[in-house]
Design a protein around this ligand. Structure first.
Ligand code: FES
Ligand code: FES
Length: 238
């Protein structure tokens, strides 16, 4: 029976090497032997992978992301028609900012969490980052640029200025669009989750109602107190 020690000294090592690097501890492998063994193990481990690469058949599967060419889309924004060439994947937010050049609508999270991209579509507020532009042909889109008319600020815009309802202003276009729609929803009798009896028209637009109805619009500057005051004032003066 061959012992490990005997194997180290079998005839595969030239005598000159044995002389140049004596194995001073018979029970331990030499450094050269250890490196040779490690290299051989690495080669064996890598071989199946290399073979798999060599033998992999050419893929005949169709491309998973075929390019869909842009096509003509007409969006009606703030009363004006915009004839655009859009890929179907373009969001309404990107269409407004990057294609129509309406930079007032802001991109915060791009995933429906902050409300900075809020616009009105046929009077309803939506997150424009969560919807595709091609879905809104034939609808009336209103952005912050369209809230004023003939150079006169809307009641909500005027109230935001009067009540200092912004700091950096990044969330403000979305807040303004959201508040504008909120007032219409309340006038139409739409209940919210804090309305005492959701089967009846909410009796009053309380601060709790305003906070709940504006809860989809985040303000990183924390101007919430003044935003609520501005919405309340716009409602009272409407
Ligand atoms: S950018 Fe659309 S919700 Fe934040
Ligand atoms: S005013 Fe700065 S995020 Fe709202």
């Amino acid at each position: 029976m061959t012992t490990p020690t005997e194997c180290q000294h079998s005839g595969d090592t030239p005598a000159s090497e044995s002389t140049a690097e004596p194995n001073t501890t018979p029970s331990q492998p030499s450094r050269r032997r250890f490196l040779q063994s490690a290299a051989a193990a690495a080669t064996i481990g890598a071989a199946p992978h290399l073979r798999a690469q060599e033998q992999a058949p050419a893929s005949t599967a169709p491309q998973s992301n075929p390019v869909v060419p842009p096509h003509a889309v007409t969006l009606t924004v703030n009363g004006r028609a915009y004839a655009l060439q859009l890929e179907p994947r373009v969001t309404l937010l990107d269409a407004l900012r990057e294609y129509a050049g309406l930079m007032g609508t802001k991109k915060g999270c791009d995933r429906g969490q902050c409300g900075a991209c809020t616009v009105l579509v046929d009077g309803r507020r939506i997150n424009s980052c969560l919807t595709l532009a091609v879905m809104h042909e034939g609808e009336n889109i209103t952005t912050v640029e369209g809230l004023a008319s003939n150079g006169t600020l809307s009641p909500v815009q005027a109230a935001f200025i009067e009540h200092d309802a912004f700091q950096c202003g990044y969330c403000t276009p979305g807040q303004l669009c959201s508040a504008t729609a909120l007032l219409g929803e309340f006038r139409n009798g739409t209940a919210s989750t804090v309305t005492a009896d959701v089967r009846a028209r909410p009796a009053a637009l309380t601060d709790d109602e305003i906070r709940e109805r504006m809860s989809g619009n985040i303000c990183r500057c924390g101007a919430y107190v003044n935003i609520v005051a501005a919405v309340r004032a716009a409602h009272e003066h409407a």
